[in-house]
Design a binder for this molecule. Structure first.
Ligand code: NAP
Length: 341
């Protein structure tokens, strides 16, 4: 089958390559034409404009957008809709909000175009491993797309999830889970790195060990193995974590549906915190502790109180004299029982 690929970024470019490897025809369009030319050298047909892309496809046409969600996808959707005709299939493979899909699917229906929302997972590894595909929209369009889905996905790696929006809804939940799983791994490894056993623990070896038959073995843990192999204490990586929006939508959906999702929400909020040099909430807490209990506060800029790396200070052990347990230290090292809150 022939697919018109729109957007040759980290995802679209490799997806197009995988389609070509899977003997699917690719007509490619990208804002920066140099990338289109590069893909043409690998066997794709180049298009300089969306109109040219549509002209080079045989009906019923299949066009797959792989663009940032929001205005870039919306603008391309509107232009493509004006170029495509009844029976053509238009796929949005980016991380779009499922409500946008519902609106677009309704608009597409008026012209007879079949709009498909496809959640894609696999990142930069998808070229080799295949992409996991979560598909929503008209089932006839899904059936029509199956040769392309088969080429893109690993074995059993695609699913028809239901009517318009279902594919991106399932992908949104997937990403929410991903946030919480990464947060749990981060916390676990910090606990190891802050412990009295830290010096003797090789975190890469622990990650590798856990991948051998343990309950938490996973691809994320395999990636943790790789990360610790490259930089055993992650000294070259700052603890600054962006979010792409999907985690926020998952928490919003949980709120709308009355679903308790403290793991997802906590992981999302932790990312916000990672981007703040000084959290105002912490300043408020410190100010209140000073007000009601005369507790120690650090002045603004007094950064020597901060702890780099794992653990922010220990609590005093129940029996301070216990052999081998270090004494309380750092900002969290207040003595137990001291001016309790
Ligand atoms: N990266 C991942 O791991 C991953 C995983 C699953 C899903 N996704 C989703 O897949 C989609 C693409 O992600 P990506 O990682 O491939 O992004 P990317 O590497 O940043 O590439 C973005 C692509 O969109 C084009 N583009 C951006 N803004 C545009 C605009 N205003 N007008 C026209 N073209 C524009 C870029 O063209 P130029 O080449 O001209 O800049 C490029 O081809 C996103 O929705 C993302 O959320 C990403």
């Amino acid at each position: 089958m022939q697919i018109g690929m729109v957007g040759l970024g980290r995802m679209g470019m490799n997806m197009a390559r995988r389609l070509l490897c899977g003997s699917q025809g690719v007509v490619a369009y990208n804002r920066t034409y140099a990338k289109t030319e590069a893909l043409a050298r690998e066997g794709a047909t180049a298009a300089r404009t969306l109109a040219e892309l549509v002209q080079q496809l045989a009906p019923p046409r299949v066009v797959w957008m792989m663009l940032p969600q929001g205005p870039p996808t919306e603008e391309h959707f509107q232009e493509l809709l004006s170029l495509l005709g009844s029976g053509d299939v238009l796929v949005d493979g980016g991380n779009t909000h499922y409500r946008d899909d519902q609106r677009r699917a309704a608009q597409a229906r008026e012209t007879g175009v079949l709009y498909v929302d496809a959640g894609v997972s696999g990142g930069i590894w998808g070229l080799e491993e295949g992409y996991c595909l979560m598909v929503g929209g008209p089932e006839e369009a899904f059936r029509h797309l199956e040769p392309a889905l088969t080429a893109l996905a690993p074995a059993e790696g695609y699913l028809y999830c239901g009517r318009s929006g279902a594919g991106h809804f399932v992908k949104m939940v997937h990403n929410g889970i991903e946030y919480a799983m990464m947060e749990a791994l981060g916390e676990g490894f910090e606990l190891l790195a802050a412990s009295e056993y830290a010096e003797g623990l090789d975190l890469q070896k622990v990650a590798h060990l856990w991948n051998q038959g343990s309950v938490i073995r996973s691809w994320l843990l395999e990636l943790a193995e790789r990360a610790f192999a490259e930089d055993p204490r992650l000294e070259k990586i700052a603890g600054y974590v962006e979010d792409s929006g999907e985690g926020r939508w998952a928490v919003q959906a949980a709120t709308e549906l009355g679903v308790a999702a403290p793991g997802l929400a906590g992981a999302l909020f932790k990312r916000f915190l990672s981007r703040q040099q000084e959290a105002f909430s912490n300043q408020v807490i410190a100010a209140l502790r000073l007000q009601f209990g005369g507790h120690m506060v650090a002045e603004t800029g007094e950064t020597h109180h901060r702890v780099c790396g794992a653990g922010a200070g220990r609590t005093q052990p129940a029996t301070p004299e216990t052999e081998g347990v270090p004494p309380a230290s750092g900002p969290g090292g207040e003595r137990r029982g001291e001016a309790s809150e």
